[in-house]
Design a protein around this ligand. Structure first.
Ligand code: ADP
Length: 502
């Protein structure tokens, strides 16, 4: 792997930041890629209207500072001993801010937010779907940033745009970390619906379509490479920022999925199945999106681009949070496993997790969540079990779409993310897929991927293969013989009834 130079002997650590949907975390890794310090802070979720979700960018920035300082403190190391910082973030979530005061003009609009569905329907009706898919690899949906940015700019029509900057969360935090560098990487840019997947640059036609002035957008840079250094007043040292990746791409990197045939599934707020497709843009024709895996400048001075196919399912672990916080059926997310195991089946209950519409493979912004099949004998345990089963059925549908798009069927699924802790879910997933599900010891693959990328980019580590080979498998869930596939057909029937609801 091409590196940017050698680190000084005193640089013994890598700092990685994972700024996720539900919380922000920082990890300090040593040269053996072991975690020596970490910190986490949950992020406030704002729901101003049904289907809307916002984050406070100032809180994201303050919590970023807190988790960095706390993780470094826990590790009991000097900030000057950190060779590089890797940054991975929730994708698509975007904001605009005043470049003089540094103040956001509005809360960030989160990827799950559906407020721009009417604009998306309008674009579909106007016949833009094929052109947008061709240019960006994406399916028109409120999920991606372009319509969110349009919404924000429409709200502030009287503001002088020469004084406004726009960006996804990586760009916002990089700008604050460095005291004013306005950049992003190709993985995050590929999720805005404004980047051309072939040229890897902002697409002029799309900027015109969405009326986004190019000067408010960040410069797009390789995912592995120098973005700048942290302002010395923040941590007491200037730490080079040498990798930026969207969270799913960071997990792909962390799992070692660097070539065709390798894929991973992350079960976090949503579930994201991502398959590397090499240096080729693969078009699925089965409602999967084509996106950037990661990029790096090579020794010839040109760009190495890895592409990926992705099935994005918007709501999975978030349903467990909903069972805990809103329905109060469980006290902790982990309790869902014991509850599901208390019943022998789902009691005829099926759940559709369409809280924010449905992503792959339906892409229906108007679908809404539902329980089906409820009778007087249904217990809370059945509801919890139905929710976990639905998370697995969603992934099964996307694996089927990947298999339909490729000549080699998926043989094994590598997993990570909060909900992969759930043994019931993982076993059920293996049963319905009919293939082994492999869970690594290190579950925070996203943050690990950001650390690997930052360390490799700066020459702190030399071999990607060696880093990947060091990773250990904690458990393999083998498929059982009694996979309840007839239930899958019933679940699909339930999904159909939730489509075009709103
Ligand atoms: P994100 O990066 O999207 O913020 P995480 O990977 O941190 O998400 O995972 C958090 C999600 O995982 C939450 O939605 C939570 O409900 C879910 N989760 C955590 N533990 C479990 C568990 N044991 N069973 C099921 N879901 C879980």
């Amino acid at each position: 792997m091409h590196t940017l130079g050698n680190t000084t002997p005193s640089s013994d650590y890598i700092l990685a930041l994972d700024l996720g949907t539900t919380g922000n975390r920082a990890f300090v890794f040593n040269a053996d890629s072991k975690i020596v310090g970490q910190a986490y802070k949950e992020l406030t979720q704002y729901y101003p209207q049904p289907g809307w979700l916002e984050h406070d960018p100032q809180q994201i920035w303050q919590d970023t500072c807190w988790v960095m300082q706390t993780a470094i403190g826990n590790a009991q190391i000097a900030p000057s001993a950190i060779a590089a910082l890797g940054l991975t973030v929730q994708r698509e979530t975007c904001l605009i801010w005043d470049k003089t005061t540094g103040k956001p003009l509005h809360r960030a609009i989160v990827w799950q937010d559906r407020r721009t569905a009417p604009l998306c329907h309008q674009l579909q009706d106007q016949g833009y779907a094929n052109e947008i898919y061709d240019r960006t690899g994406l399916i028109i949906d409120a999920y991606f940033s372009a319509t969110k940015l349009r919404w924000l700019l429409d709200k502030f029509t009287d503001v002088d745009l020469n004084n406004v900057l726009a960006g996804t969360i990586d760009t916002w935090v990089l700008w604050n970390l460095t005291g004013g560098i306005h950049a992003t990487d190709h993985t995050n840019a590929s999720r805005t619906m404004l980047m051309n997947l072939k040229t890897c640059d902002w697409d002029e036609k799309l900027l015109e379509l969405f009326q986004i002035p190019a000067h408010i957008l960040p410069q797009i840079q390789p995912s592995l490479g120098v973005f700048g250094v942290t302002d010395a007043t923040l941590l007491g040292a200037e730490i080079p920022i040498t990798a930026i990746l969207g969270d799913q791409q960071a997990a792909l990197f962390g799992h070692g999925c660097d070539r065709p045939g390798l894929m991973k599934c992350t079960y976090g707020t949503g579930s994201f199945l991502v398959a590397h497709t090499g240096d080729q843009i693969v078009r699925s024709h089965h409602q999967l999106i084509s996106t950037v895996a990661w990029t790096q400048a090579n020794l010839r001075g040109t760009l190495d681009v890895g592409y990926a196919l992705e099935g994005s399912m918007f709501t999975s672990g978030a349903c467990i949070q909903w069972l805990r916080d809103r329905l109060k059926l469980i006290k902790t997310a982990a309790e869902s496993e014991a509850m599901a195991n208390q019943v022998t089946d789902n009691g005829g209950v099926y759940f559709v997790p369409a809280f924010s519409g449905l992503g792959a493979p339906y892409w229906d912004m108007s679908a809404r969540g539902a329980f089906f099949g409820i009778t007087a004998s249904v217990q809370p345990e059945h509801l919890v079990r139905a929710v976990l089963e639905a998370i697995a059925y969603q992934v099964l549908e996307v694996v089927q779409a990947i298999n339909a798009s490729s000549s080699t069927p998926v043989g094994r699924l590598t997993v990570d993310g909060g909900a992969c802790e759930n043994n019931f879910l993982m076993q059920f997933q293996a049963d319905v897929l009919g293939i082994p599900v492999e869970r690594p010891i290190m579950r925070d693959t996203t943050v690990q991927g950001a650390a690997f990328a930052a360390g490799l980019a700066v020459g702190f580590w030399e071999s990607y293969e060696a880093l990947v080979q060091q990773r250990q498998i904690e458990r393999v869930f083998e498929p059982g013989s009694d996979a309840p596939l007839s239930n899958f057909a019933t679940w699909q029937k339930a999904v159909k009834r939730t489509l075009a609801w709103e």
